[in-house]
Design a protein around this ligand. Structure first.
Ligand SMILES: NC(=O)c1ccc[n+]([C@@H]2O[C@H](COP(=O)([O-])OP(=O)(O)OC[C@H]3O[C@@H](n4cnc5c(N)ncnc54)[C@H](OP(=O)(O)O)[C@@H]3O)[C@@H](O)[C@H]2O)c1
Length: 271
């Protein structure tokens, strides 16, 4: 069994550790973590039973598979810190947005996989995007895919499309929640019901719609089941179809522009 190291026990790293251990993807005894502020790693260790490494170097030296869960602009300096330790017999799995497999292989000899997880893995749902570097092996693929399968639906994709696809997977929980919140607030403003009640109604309906979608062929089937021709719901659907395309075009445009900005900043960091 591989020894798993996780560097960065923040929001995502902490969630991945908890879920990998909870689902049995990796036994707690095979996992260790390091974090810049050690207290955070200690807190995750206390609740999951994993081990702690007192430095990133110790962790990388002792691990076969190393998850990099730090912010994108912190990855290059971390890889430099680990210079000489990330050898070809190790597998690096980076979850950092905008840091390419090439950025990583330029700084170490390890085999590399890139994963874009989603906060929805908290409830073992949603998509993890995955791409593998050229030197990764079949064993790497099955290890990474089976671990991700226990906490999400892994979807292999071309790395070049990661930013756009991540809008639909890892960013989407924020987009969907934000849209649904606005829907609830709009109703609360008009009808004098409390925002709390409006939010509850929308949240329950969203959860029900997500369940319903699992039983049908696609979104359109749900739309036609509710929005019968000439009915009231159809009027609302018409508004969404008029307004939403340009909203989503804007959303994708600004998020992709931000990705380009971050990628440029990563490129400008000294190698
Ligand atoms: N949040 C999401 O939904 C999401 C989705 C997909 C991918 N991602 C990716 O996941 C990565 C982490 O995001 P996050 O939201 O989890 O960020 P976060 O909560 O800020 O966690 C980052 C963690 O990394 C630690 N850290 C920073 N530099 C370090 C170093 N040199 N050595 C060891 N630990 C170090 C930080 O420690 P301190 O406690 O000292 O600050 C912090 O605990 C990002 O690259 C992001 O692109 C996030």
């Amino acid at each position: 069994m591989a020894t798993i190291g996780v560097i960065g026990t923040g929001s995502m790293g902490g969630m991945l550790i908890r879920k990998f251990v909870e689902t049995g993807a990796f036994p707690a005894g095979d996992v260790m973590a390091s974090n810049r502020s050690t207290e955070k790693a200690m807190a995750v260790a206390a609740t999951t039973g994993i081990g702690i490494a007192w430095s990133n170097l110790d962790l990388a030296a002792a691990s076969d598979m190393i998850f990099i869960c730090v912010k994108p602009l912190e990855v290059k300096s971390l890889l430099k810190e680990l210079k000489g330790v990330l050898t070809a017999d190790k597998l690096v799995v980076s979850i950092a947005a905008d840091v390419t497999i090439r950025d990583i292989t330029d700084l170490c000899d390890a085999r590399v996989a890139r994963v874009i997880p989603s906060v929805t893995s908290e409830c073992s749902r949603g998509v993890s995007l995955v791409a593998f570097g050229d030197s990764s092996t079949e064993a790497d693929r099955s290890l990474v895919l089976s671990a991700l399968d226990s906490i999400s639906r892994p979807v292999e994709a071309e790395e070049v499309n990661f930013e756009l696809l991540a809008d639909l997977t890892s960013c989407a929980p924020a987009f969907i929640s934000s849209m649904m919140h606005e829907f609830a607030l709009s109703a609360a403003r008009r009808e004098g019901i409390s925002p709390r009640l409006a939010e509850l109604l929308v949240m329950e309906t969203l959860a029900g719609t997500a369940e319903l979608l699992k039983t049908v062929k696609g979104f359109e089937e749900v739309v036609t089941r509710v929005a019968t021709a000439g009915g009231i719901t159809e009027e609302g659907v018409k508004v969404i179809r008029k307004v939403a395309p340009s909203m989503y075009d804007d959303l994708l445009e600004v998020t992709l522009a931000k990705h380009s900005l971050v990628k440029d900043r990563i490129k400008d960091q000294a190698s």
